[in-house]
Design a protein around this ligand. Structure first.
Ligand code: ARG
Length: 588
């Protein structure tokens, strides 16, 4: 269905034409003075120059020319030449009645659905998931869901870091600890054990130990580098160990991501494209894009308009080794062959911006992608502690995601029990659901590129711009609807009538803005716009709720109308938070 704003715009276009002015001046926006009007048109101000008339004269003529009985209910020309608009209450309620019947809530789905790959998560196998990967998972999941909601075919790929030095380090440390294992015996030709020689907790202890030792012990580091190289060359025992490392850590990652309500379609990683790197490098050479410079194979990607130095893209180092860039390029090649995406969206720390600039330019120049394939990088800021420095544990260590989640859930549990509205038995489950909203909303409500302060106390509060406040509002609506049902009422045929109060009209206007908001948020890949919207809608609802007798309303038609509106607001809120990646409980 056409957006309300569009419908208003069309009526203004007609009025401009009837009054003899160019329709291009008829642009309508949401009012920035909600105390005066709901929408506004400043076109008369702009038209004044061309027509050599006072803007107020033009504005008055346009207002005069407006047809009555449409979506615009009131129009007023005010000095020096603004046109203030208010929506016709009848038209507003019929708009919402249409919206209520539409399973897509009046959002127009993509007419030509695109195939979009979202590359997010980006965890590194064998290293514990830490808060740095949290933002990627949370924001990426929401962008994936937005795309799907808009009707596109979106594929999420976790793109694991599973091929680098961390593997060589683990192999080396295991060799130190358990030299008797068959994986290290080069003469061994038998089958390797099915069972991994470590658990996830051991693995997570092994990596930091190995990493620390390699920083102090040159010889140890050399061995780790050799092990990495041999693994990549295909040494049998190391490949078998690598498989164990992968199985154990992927199982653990899946558990962690599931707890975050984050789900990937593809569990691919850097290792998956190693075999196609030689083919890609050869093609780049043959086609004349890549050349050798001091032993390394490089592609120039400088552009004339560059204001800062963009270094060439290194495809292979002088020892023949592939780099992070190489893997990303080969992955692009692989994705183009397998999925023919129209767009690839990457999420990573904004400090990786140069890396992605290099990868994208190189992919374009070497024609790994089509001319119209979109490549975009969404770089996010750091999650900081209250001290403004990257988030750490109390004793200064790297904060593990599991710890962070359990800290939030504990605090949430404490607050819920304090509220004492739920029996203890339920409180723990509820704390998990609400805790996830606190964590995700706390992140998503900030513009992705900005750093933000992780503040458990604020994030878990039931008041203010927080996840728990949004859920609390949804639960409040559900409880009113539940009470109505208990009294024997039914929401089946609820028809919304024209609003009778300011607060009801504001709530209706915000509800009607859902389709435009969703479209804009996806266009800009901006989950924070959805957050800002649900916050405003929740505020509008609570304001309306405090001013209005709903269940005790005596006029049955009016009561049914209120309840239909409540149910629609609930649906809009629940749809929005689903796109953000969390849910509301039944009670709180
Ligand atoms: N594993 C990387 C890291 O931890 C993030 C991967 C981002 N995605 C990509 N295609 N490079 O920094």
């Amino acid at each position: 269905m056409k957006k309300l704003l569009e419908q208003i715009g069309e009526e203004m276009v007609k009025a401009f034409e009837t009054a003899g002015y160019e329709p291009s001046y008829a642009k309508v926006t949401v009012s920035n003075r909600p105390d005066l009007c709901e929408f506004q048109c400043n076109g008369a101000m702009a038209a004044a120059k061309q027509y050599r008339k006072a803007p107020i004269q033009i504005a008055a003529a346009v207002v005069e020319a407006l047809e009555k009985g449409g979506v615009i209910g009131e129009a007023e020309a005010v000095n020096p030449g603004f046109i203030n608009l208010k929506v016709n209450p009848e038209a507003l309620s019929s708009y919402l009645n249409e919206m209520q019947k539409d399973k897509d809530l009046s959002v127009e789905k993509a007419k030509e659905p695109k195939t979009i790959i979202v590359d997010y998560g980006g965890a590194n196998a064998a290293k514990p998931l830490h808060v740095g990967h949290l933002r990627s998972a949370i924001i990426g999941e929401s962008i994936k869901r937005m795309g799907r909601f808009m009707g596109h075919h979106v594929i999420g790929d976790v793109h694991l870091g599973d091929w680098g030095l961390q593997m060589g380090l683990i192999i080396t440390e295991l060799h130190e600890r358990k030299p008797e294992l068959p994986y290290f015996d080069e003469r061994y030709t038998g089958e390797y054990p099915q069972e991994a020689p470590f658990t996830i907790s051991e693995l997570e202890e092994i990596y930091p130990a190995a990493s620390a030792r390699s920083k102090e012990d040159e010889e140890y580091k050399e061995r780790a580098l050799t092990a990495t190289f041999e693994l990549q060359q295909g040494r049998r025992g190391y490949r078998a160990l690598w498989k164990h490392i992968m199985n154990v850590s992927v199982a653990d990652l899946k558990k962690n991501y599931t707890n975050l309500n984050v789900e990937f379609d593809l569990w691919k990683g850097e290792s998956d494209v190693q075999d196609i790197i030689p083919k890609m490098a050869d093609a780049m050479k043959e086609e004349g894009y890549a050349y050798y410079d001091q032993g390394a194979l490089i592609v120039d990607i400088k552009e004339e308009s560059d204001t800062k130095e963009i270094p060439p893209c290194i495809i292979l180092k002088s020892d023949g080794a592939a780099l992070y860039t190489t893997t990303d390029l080969a992955t692009i090649m692989d994705r183009m062959e397998k999925y023919h995406p129209d767009e690839m969206i990457y999420l990573a720390d904004k400090r990786q911006e140069l890396h992605f600039t290099q990868v994208f330019r190189c992919a374009r120049k070497t024609k790994l992608v089509n001319e119209d394939t979109r490549l975009s990088f969404i770089g996010f800021g750091t999650m900081n502690g209250k001290d403004g420095k990257p988030f750490k544990t109390r004793d200064g260590g790297v904060m593990r995601l599991e710890r962070l989640i359990s800290d939030i859930n504990e605090e949430m549990f404490r607050k819920i029990v304090e509220n004492r509205s739920v029996k203890d038995k339920e409180a723990e489950g509820t704390a998990k659901i609400v805790g996830l909203s606190a964590l995700k909303y706390g992140d998503l409500s900030n513009q992705a590129s900005k750093d933000y302060v992780f503040d458990i106390d604020r994030f878990t509060s039931f008041e203010g711009n927080t996840g728990p406040y949004i859920l609390y509002t949804i639960v409040r609506i559900k409880s009113i609807l539940g009470r109505y049902a208990q009294e024997g009422g039914t929401l089946e045929k609820g028809v919304m009538l024209a609003p009778v109060s300011e607060s009801e009209k504001s709530l209706m206007l915000s509800t009607a803005a859902f389709n435009g908001m969703m479209e804009g948020a996806f266009e800009e890949k901006a989950p924070h716009k959805i957050c800002a919207y649900v916050y405003e809608l929740a505020n509008q609802f609570n304001h309306f709720y405090h001013e209005t007798k709903i269940l005790s309303e005596e006029d049955e038609g009016r009561k049914a109308s209120y309840l239909a509106l409540l149910d629609l607001v609930r649906e809009v809120l629940e749809t929005s938070i689903d796109v953000l990646g969390f849910d509301a409980p039944e009670r709180m």
